[in-house]
Ligand binder design. Sequence first.
Ligand SMILES: [Zn+2]
Length: 287
Amino acid sequence: MSSERLNPAYRIIEPTGTPVPVVFDSPHSGSIYPADFGHILDPMLLRQAEDAHIDELFAPVAAMGAPLLHALFPRSYIDANRAETDIDLSMIAGDWPDPVAPSTKTTERGAGLIWKLMRGEGALYDRKLTVVEVRHRIDTYWRPYHDALARLIDDTHARHGISYHVDCHSMPAMGDANSEDGPVARPDFIVGDRDGTACEPGFTALIAAHLKAEGFHVTINDPYKGVELTRRYSNAAAGRHSLQLEINRRLFMDEATLAKTPGYLEIEAVLTRLNRAIVDYAKAQAV
Ligand SMILES: [Zn+2]
């Protein structure tokens, strides 16, 4: 077993068979809570921030020739889908020594790199965090995750001359007063390509059309367009395509207990068919 496999930040499910020009990642399904977290919330409430089961739902891509990178740490501890600079300085004791650029979409809602609020409600902490502990979260979890994803995409692009990255997520069935869409029921799937900038349009269209043909309600970039991972690892002009896929949790799990519901097996089959279509499409583009 290589040292990479023992990294506390992530696991890579290595592909078997002929490699294909696709990389999948699940940045929010981690559920190993570090001992130094020091939050004050009810643990089960905090666990509702996880994209539970997404790593397992996408694991079959390895047998199709694509790696799956998944985080082991929870997003509520440090969020891999945020920029390293998306920091709320009011949460930190002392002077933060590095540049900050808080995002209106994330930090101002209490969900930047280090979350302040759980779904815009309860505060995670009754204290300020030290510079040392925030640095530790970045250096031990955020950066190794990003380094691993960059390596997988670089290797894939070098081998095939093109790469497709699918950033895999789940979303609560309802928005809330603090979310971008407000307290409304969400579609079954949201495909995000940062308003057409993170991948070529055919890739977005393929995924949306495939899911619609299976009878699902699908929106594109509404309200989720893709955040840091699709931004950072996309360069469509250079053949590096990235897309965010959000799956509605009510299709496969109980949001309060995180338990799988009977719909889980159906969604597992839906995703296996979708991922097969993604792989076939990417292989055709690489020729
Ligand atoms: Zn997510």
